[in-house]
Design a protein around this ligand. Structure first.
Ligand code: HEM
Length: 209
């Protein structure tokens, strides 16, 4: 599972690394993004935190890692939570202040909702684990990660969808939103499957953090 998640995030992480190289004066390997050229700060913060969140977040789902190194999950979680919140806040920052084709249609509020949703899921997941509610914690952290990894699924929805629906602002917004509409039901399906597999076993005991 963690490897598949990291593989899904690999393309946006690679694109982000190339963008960072460009922002810090290296060669230009990606199409110019005038919003980033004009105001690189939010995207630099976004790329660094999103890449770390995607990789460390994926490892949080490893049952083997949690069993073999129980402290790892807790220590890493203390990094993953602020990273995830920074991904959400930097995305909201860009959506609010970057002027571009994405703000010429009515779908921007939906993208905003997913940014707020990411922050909300992580916050609810954090509150849950502080109260010792492991299942609620797992559920909301999974939902938050599914929203964030929309960036990976968007590579596919854009790649496959553009030839079909075109590259207009409305089409692009719909293809971006489609990625979240794919990821969230998959996350819910996985949560239900895990719940069923656990059956009536009691939740693992945990000391409130
Ligand atoms: C782990 C998850 C994520 C990764 C790896 C990621 C990666 C990236 C990268 C690499 C860029 C720069 C694109 C470029 O160079 O042109 C970017 C931009 C952006 N991201 Fe993310 N992202 C993630 C999550 C999110 C989420 C959850 C949202 C919104 C809810 C979001 C919204 C944005 C926005 C609005 C931009 C600016 C796009 C523009 O105006 O050109 N990202 N992201």
């Amino acid at each position: 599972m963690p490897l598949a998640l990291i593989a899904l995030a690999a393309i946006p992480i690679t694109a982000g690394t190339l963008r960072l190289v460009e922002v810090f004066g290296g060669p230009h390997n990606l199409p110019t993004n005038p919003r980033i050229t004009a105001s690189p700060a939010p995207v630099v913060i976004h790329i660094v935190t999103a890449s770390l969140y995607a990789v460390l977040g994926a490892l949080q789902f490893s049952v083997a890692l949690r069993r073999r190194h129980p402290r790892w999950h807790r220590m890493s979680g203390r990094l993953v939570v602020p990273l995830g919140l920074t991904v959400a806040l930097s995305a909201l920052w860009m959506m609010a202040f970057y002027s571009g084709p994405q703000d010429t249609n009515a779908l921007l509020p939906i993208r905003f909702a997913f940014g707020i949703g990411l922050a909300a899921c992580i916050t609810i997941g954090l509150v849950a684990i502080r109260r010792g509610d492991v299942r609620r914690h797992q559920a909301w952290m999974t939902r938050g990660y599914a929203i964030a990894l929309g960036a990976g699924t968007q590579v596919f929805t854009l790649g496959l969808g553009k030839p079909v629906v075109g590259s207009g602002p409305l089409a692009i917004s719909l293809l971006l939103i489609a990625a979240w509409c794919i990821n969230l039901p998959i996350a819910e399906y996985d949560l239900r499957r895990t719940r069923r597999a656990r059956g009536r076993r009691p939740a693992p005991a945990v000391q409130p953090a």
